[in-house]
Design a protein around this ligand. Structure first.
Ligand SMILES: NC(=O)C1=CN([C@@H]2O[C@H](COP(=O)(O)OP(=O)(O)OC[C@H]3O[C@@H](n4cnc5c(N)ncnc54)[C@H](O)[C@@H]3O)[C@@H](O)[C@H]2O)C=CC1
Ligand SMILES: O=C(O)CCC(=O)C(=O)O
Length: 527
């Protein structure tokens, strides 16, 4: 039974989902903050469900020897080291929509709170001061809101702001003019947004490009009296530069939910009268937390129990409907890759995976990852479908995927071609109606062989006597032949034999086989 650890304060609704799906679950909402304890325990789990408090660092991942999936109940996965998780073959999933409305509402709340200085006015009133003249606000109707990052959350913010009769302009290089038109926003360049906006709200992930997107230079381009809201990620705004602009009065107010260092127990923005801060509450509503907890638990359970993949940030999606149909082809692709990998002894420069017929309409990215995993595993050991594409790239392998929907001799055919500096080798396979993968062609020589746990691959010259001498050599060593498949280019030409044996082929017997007069090459294979 797979085991999942919930190491952050997820809604307990997630626990029930895991249990209902037959998964053992440990709910330890404070564990994520205790790095040492988490590192000590993580090796026991197949799945890890988190929010933002658990930092899944390479140190944690190093110990996560059974971990197959990390589920982030939320959007940003910047608390997970994705390359390290990928290299270890761990799927990382998030829930990209479950808290978007809630976060957009938080941004709008902060904008309104800034416009009317609600927190300061509240403090003053409750302190018995009744400072009616001190809190002169600004109306938002007719004001311009600049949205930086107009994806899921940014576009909900834009929609709500339009409902509040604001003019909305958006900077997002990936926002198409059609989508901007649909949303009713004006797509602009960043400088234009900075120049025109009365309020600026940020809704991008934190990347190399967005880090300090609002720095001192950008702030200098803004309107005097601008108000800035950051409900996305700390680090999008240069906090020092913003503080200076607040002190000088150029920026009239700032409302921040996220900070460069979190938890933010001290920050340069704290204490300024025109600053409103919340402790990363963007996603904190009952509804959003229920949504993301249920969604992440469902997604993780699906993956652990059926292999279906949804919302993974490091692997293509595989639906629950697709998973059973794909499974025999994943097995085929992986075994064809493994066949090629076990025969390859020098560096691979290029791999081509060709899909013909029905299989060409399937999720070929997942199949290619499986073929690469099979190919690399004999050389590198600990490789799986998640880590294989990254490792292939790191090793400078050119990976080419070819699809041809027209079927040839087989309803579906996958061919893996591997090029090294010395040679080019290819192998094709299919899945028959019984769901079992078969090898049907090796280097142009027709075959019909199943993959077996222990096999011998032989290239030989098509001359009389080979089968007899080979069988005799194995018989003398008391090795039973289970199946024997042969194929040849032409009578008397190059031939291939794939023999399934019971048990392993000892080194000394392999040496005898290699010494047989017709044998050019003999290799043990394991599947
Ligand atoms: N405060 C909180 O509790 C929460 C914060 N978030 C944060 O909000 C962010 C946005 O979330 P979603 O809207 O769901 O993500 P999304 O992926 O739907 O949208 C992000 C948008 O940013 C745009 N973008 C990327 N690079 C850009 C650049 N250099 N300049 C301008 N735009 C750029 C993208 O094109 C995309 O449209 C997330 O990255 C997450 O970290 C999300 C949920 C809760
Ligand atoms: O889980 C949370 O409270 C943080 C949400 C968040 O930042 C996200 O989903 O990206």
């Amino acid at each position: 039974m797979p085991k999942v650890l919930i190491s952050d304060a997820l809604s307990p609704a997630a626990v029930q989902i895991f249990k209902d799906r037959g998964i053992e679950v440990d709910f330890q909402p404070a564990l994520g903050k205790d790095k040492e304890k988490l590192a000590e325990l993580i090796g026991n789990y197949d799945g890890l469900a988190i929010r933002s408090a658990t930092k899944v660092s390479p140190k944690i991942l190093e110990k996560a020897n059974n971990l197959k999936v990390i589920g982030r109940a939320g959007i940003g996965v910047d608390n997970v080291d994705i390359p390290a998780a990928t290299a270890k073959g761990i799927i990382v999933m998030n829930t990209p929509f479950g808290n978007s409305i809630t976060t957009a509402e938080h941004a709008i709340s902060l904008m309104l709170a800034l416009a009317r200085q609600i927190p300061e006015a509240d403090r003053s009133t409750q302190a018995g001061k009744w400072e009616k003249n001190k809190f002169m606000g600004v109306e938002i109707t007719g004001k311009t809101l600049g949205v930086i990052g107009c994806g899921n959350i940014g576009s909900i913010v834009a929609d709500r702001a339009l409902g509040l009769k604001m003019k909305v302009i958006a900077f997002d290089p990936f926002l198409s003019p059609e989508r901007a038109l649909d949303l009713g926003v004006e797509k602009v360049e960043l400088d234009d947004l900075l120049k025109r906006a009365d309020f600026i709200t940020l809704h991008t992930p934190l990347t190399e490009k967005t880090k300090n997107i609002i720095d001192a230079t950008a702030i200098n381009k803004t309107k005097k009296g601008v108000r800035i809201i950051n409900c996305a990620r700390g680090g999008l705004v240069d906090e020092q530069a913003l503080r200076a602009a607040l002190d000088s009065g150029h920026v009239a107010g700032a409302a921040f939910d996220v900070f460069v260092t979190e938890p933010a127990t001290e920050n340069v923005l704290f204490g300024h009268p025109n600053v409103i801060c919340t402790p990363h509450l963007g996603a904190s509503t009952t509804e959003a937390q229920e949504n993301v907890a249920l969604q992440v638990a469902e997604q993780m359970s699906d993956y652990l129990m059926t292999g279906a993949i949804t919302n993974a940030v490091n692997f293509p999606s595989i639906t629950a409907e697709e998973a059973p149909k794909l499974r025999p082809f994943v097995e085929l692709a992986e075994k064809l890759g493994s066949f090629a990998g076990q025969l390859t002894e020098t560096g691979i420069s290029k791999v081509q995976i060709a899909y013909e017929g029905t299989v060409a309409q399937m999720n070929t990215r997942a199949l290619t990852s499986a073929a690469l995993a099979g190919l690399l595993r004999p050389m590198l050991g600990d490789v799986n479908v998640v880590s294989a594409p990254v490792i292939s790239k790191e090793r400078g392998m050119v990976v080419e995927e070819v699809t041809r929907e027209v079927a040839g001799d087989y309803d579906s055919l996958i061919t893996v071609t591997v090029e090294t500096e010395k040679q080019k080798r290819w192998v094709s396979g299919t899945v028959f109606a019984d769901g079992r993968p078969r090898i049907v062609n090796i280097k142009g020589i027709r075959m019909d062989a199943e993959f077996a746990p222990s096999m011998v691959y032989i290239t030989n010259l098509d001359k009389p006597g080979f089968i007899g001498t080979f069988s005799g050599t194995l018989g003398e060593a008391n090795i039973n032949i289970a199946t024997f498949h042969v194929g040849r280019e032409a009578p008397g030409g190059n031939a291939i034999a794939l023999i399934e044996i019971d048990g392993d082929l000892p080194e000394q017997v392999l040496a005898k086989v290699r010494a047989l007069p017709q044998v050019q090459q003999a290799k043990p294979l394991h599947f």
